[in-house]
Design a protein around this ligand. Structure first.
Ligand code: AHR
Length: 877
């Protein structure tokens, strides 16, 4: 009954609140105690009929007499298929459910109309489901309407299916891991026991079961709890006017308890960089020419854009010249395509407008370079110029066209004026056939002056967060859309012409100009630990079907060389220049090690048997070869559910030091789950919250409410900094006009960075980290739970500076006058820097006020409505 009382305090809409509480209360009154033991409830049936059915989800209805059916949770779905790409590919067709060995539930279903695979998942209670598997079969055209039966005598399961030619096949299994080879069977072997009943007025096909009432009770309760959580997650400041209509300004007192201080991770705030939303090419990577190597291919867009080919972004202006693509004797076989200009009459230009126009600054230098050769031996010259659509030619220079052999040419261009609408133009000055490749225009000024470096403003914006680590090169990008698309670090290093660009799973092309060397270099430049993430031998769980996609996994026979690549990565990063890979790093200009300490294996994978086998192999081999490396495993894409549970099981069994968790949730979720890590077992793996963000429904960008919800949750990360080792908001960057994923921390165009309000939160946390957490007790003048949970605090000290940092989040619509009791701290002479960020919840901009004052033993301050306050007590240690 405690649960019901709690519910009645929570819901956010007054009417819904009352209705929900009433329904829940009635429900628990009626059935609430049946799960824990019988006795109090009269007229409760011993057992009932359960009907399982569904399309795109396994659903249930129950009946006492097989005539009148009550749908459970109004058709709520208890299992969803996880096979195939996000969205419409994830289908569950004709689920077939039975009870098998020891009454364990086993469900099989059809995946689609093409695949020679079916799906299986099992459960002991219909609520918590084990990993899904999608066994491959070799008989038939496809797998349609599979059915399953359990055979006690052989203790095995028989799965029979039909196919597009109306033939029948069967396979058997004892453990749902290995299956006998499928064989042809007669139609009479297909004993489909499905029945048709009326559920909610609709004729529905499914399977009939007899179950104890507790099973139905459990399903209903599970639905109700999920409904309740849904209401909590939907809590929004939009309802604050009603929710806190009578709330007056509050007072609070925070008493620190230094005697309970505990050490916390010094790596808590980091960043996660992924080449999503054009974050790399066209973004952080400073190259200004798009498709510089003519390697854009139709498959980058899975043939969705017929203009997406090797000539993409290039245009021939004028007559007398032909522009074609060739691949005979390229600069490097890894980038086989190059441009050929066949000039019959000079005058035409080949132009590239970069990523939505090239942006240049007045008086700044730009380095032009290209590989050129004359195909007919005529040689000659080519004019290179930067031309603004509005202002005309900003700069022009000539380069020689060398005869016969590919030759790297370079020229420095200084822009005469600033412009955002610039194209790079190439004008051969004589007739002849010229081949061109790797045509590049780089700002001479890159972040930290690195060659092949990064865009200054974006790199500075990241550096300003003071991230303690950078996770790269991505999540989904790292494990790829199918095996062939997994990110291969070896293809991202070395001379640019040798780097193998690839289809980016986010629907464009990744040149890998920003590759592992540049990532390591950037980490070093900003003092962050590099955290490369490598696929766990399986591609993204949302990979398209076919082509070894989904969780097909690298064949076990190839895992040896795959693992060697990972071991080689450690040598590349840390090895002596005398070693094979250490030498390659040294030759690239970095003889000193990059000090790699962490490697992530896997990214929010579907935790299947295929995953487990491969992850275990990699983990054991890497740990043996490099015990000094901290390996980060993965616990699926959500904060709960099958992958999360299975991921943690594997992590615990193997003693994986850190597990990567991801969750993108509503502000309401973050407000209502502040105890998420308080409950974690301190003896198990540590946590890396590798991807998180608070977002609004409908794919909206962030606002001050989402940022405050994150700030509030981050106080809990600091409080649990003994178990949470690292955290990074995601995604980091998004280019305007090329954003596949919202929200992101920073948006940008070619000349500007646009910070979200969440960016300032990340920056304040990153710049004000500590290594010790100081518990405190908070007394608030109002004890109501929904008021209390909207005020959060965290106090840390930093042993390097001796400073103490207090962070307080006020997500309430009223001012909270707060007194800090610092007894036990020697703050005499300390200066206090107080930073306050405040705005209205739906604002996209936030006001920051910084004040400095002398510390007192009991400072008092006003926390404005919807604000984040940070106090830094500087001790000048
Ligand atoms: O952060 C964007 C994507 O979210 C990542 O690629 C993936 O890991 C997650 O699904």
């Amino acid at each position: 009954m405690t649960f019901v009382i709690y519910v009645c305090r929570e819901p956010n809409n007054i009417r819904m609140k009352f209705a929900f509480c009433l329904v829940t209360f009635m429900f628990f009154l009626a059935f609430g105690q049946t799960a824990s033991g019988r006795g109090n409830i009269k007229n409760e049936p011993d057992s009932v009929y359960l009907f399982s059915y569904g399309t795109n989800g396994l659903r249930f209805a129950w009946s006492r007499d097989k005539n009148e059916w009550t749908s459970i949770g109004d058709g709520y779905s208890y299992v969803k298929s996880d096979y195939g790409r996000w969205g419409s590919q994830k289908r569950m067709v004709a689920p077939y459910l039975i009870q098998g060995r020891k009454n364990h539930w086993e469900c099989v279903w059809q995946l689609n109309e093409e695949t020679l695979q079916f799906a299986h998942a099992g459960s002991k209670d219909l609520l918590s489901w084990g990993p899904q598997s999608y066994p491959y079969l070799k008989k038939g055209k496809n797998v349609l309407r599979p059915i399953i039966t359990y055979h006690k005598t052989t203790d095995s399961y028989l799965i029979v299916y039909t196919d597009a030619s109306n033939k029948y096949f069967s396979t058997t299994t004892k453990d749902f891991k290995s299956y006998t080879a499928a064989v042809s069977v007669t139609a009479s072997s297909y004993k489909n026991l499905s029945k048709t009943v009326m559920v909610a007025g609709v004729k529905t096909q499914g399977q009939l079961h007899r179950v104890p009432w507790a099973t139905v009770n459990g399903l209903t309760k599970n639905f109700e709890i999920n409904q309740y959580k849904g209401l909590q997650n939907a809590e929004s400041s939009k309802d604050d006017e009603h929710r806190f209509g009578n709330l007056k300004n509050l007072t609070a007192s925070l008493i620190l308890q230094p005697e309970r201080a505990k050490p916390i991770s010094t790596m808590l705030t980091g960043v996660f960089f992924e080449d999503i939303n054009y974050a790399a090419d066209g973004g952080l990577y400073a190259e200004l020419v798009q498709n510089r190597d003519f390697e854009y291919l139709p498959r980058d867009k899975t043939f969705r854009d017929d203009k997406w080919n090797s000539q993409h972004s290039w245009k021939l202006n004028g007559n007398g010249t032909a522009f074609t693509i060739d691949s005979v004797k390229p600069v490097h076989p890894n980038t086989p395509h190059y441009a050929v200009l066949d000039v019959k009459a000079p005058g035409a230009t080949l132009s590239n407008s970069g990523f939505d126009g090239i942006s240049v600054k007045k008086g700044e230098a730009y380095d032009f370079s290209a590989f050129i050769k004359s195909l007919d031996g005529n040689g000659g010259q080519m004019e290179v110029r930067l031309v603004s659509a509005k202002s005309g030619i900003l700069v022009a220079a000539k380069v020689d066209i060398p005869s016969h052999e590919w030759t790297a040419v370079k020229v420095n261009l200084v822009a005469a004026a600033a412009a955002d609408d610039v194209t790079l133009e190439l004008l051969p000055l004589q007739t002849g056939r010229v081949a061109l490749d790797l045509i590049s225009l780089f700002p001479n000024q890159t972040f930290n002056g690195r060659k092949n470096g990064l865009r200054q403003d974006l790199a500075h914006a990241i550096a300003d967060i003071h991230p303690k680590f950078v996770r790269f090169p991505g999540g989904c990008v790292a494990h790829g859309d199918g095996i062939a698309n997994m990110y291969n670090w070896k293809e991202s290093i070395g001379p640019l012409a040798s780097r193998k660009g690839d289809r980016n799973l986010w629907g464009y092309h990744q040149s890998k100009g920003l590759g592992y060397f540049e990532y390591f270099q950037f980490c070093e430049d900003i003092g962050a630990a590099p955290v490369p993430v490598i696929a766990a031998g399986v591609p993204c769980q949302n990979s398209g079907t076919g082509g070894g996609g989904q969780q097909g996994g690298i064949p076990m026979s190839e895992m040896g060389s795959y693992i060697q690549d990972i071991i080689d990565l450690v040598e590349y990063a840390n090895g002596d220049p005398a070693t094979t890979w250490g030498r390659i790093r040294a030759e690239a200009g970095h003889p000193k090690p990059f000090n790699l300490k962490y490697i992530g294996i896997g990214n929010e994978d579907q935790i299947t048997e295929v995953f487990r086998e491969r992850f275990t192999l990699i983990y054991k081999a890497l740990r043996k070869a490099h015990p000094e490396i901290t390996i980060i495993g993965t616990a699926g894409p959500f904060f709960e559910g099958t992958d999360y549970e299975e991921g943690w099981k594997i992590g615990s069994a193997l003693n994986v030091p850190v597990l990567d968790e991801h969750y993108y949730q509503s502000p309401g979720w973050f407000i209502n789950n502040q105890d998420y890590y308080d409950r974690y077992d301190r003896t198990k793996s540590k946590v890396y919250l590798g991807e998180y963000a608070a977002s609004l429904p409908g794919g909206n960008k962030t606002n001050w409410e989402t940022s405050l919800a994150e700030a509030l949750y981050m106080t809990t990360l600091e409080r649990n900094g003994d178990v949470v080792a690292m955290a990074s908001y995601a995604p980091l960057l998004a280019k305007e006009g090329h954003t596949q994923w919202n929200p992101d921390l920073m948006y940008f165009n070619n000349s500007e960075v646009k910070f979200t309000t969440g960016y300032y939160i990340q920056k304040l946390y990153g710049q004000n980290a500590g290594d010790k957490y100081i518990p405190a007790s908070l007394t608030l003048s109002e004890q109501q739970e929904n008021v209390r949970k909207r005020l959060a605090y965290s106090v840390v000290t930093d042993s390097k500076t001796g400073d103490m940092i207090v962070k307080i989040v006020n997500l309430l619509p009223v001012t909270v006058t707060t007194t800090l009791n610092l007894a036990g701290f020697n703050i005499e002479g300390a200066r206090v820097f107080k930073t306050t960020l405040s705005a209205k919840p739906r604002d996209k901009e936030v006001t920051q006020v910084v004040k400095e004052f002398a510390a007192t033993a009991k400072p008092e301050m006003e926390l404005p409505a919807y604000s984040f306050t940070l106090l830094r007590f500087k001790t000048d240690k």
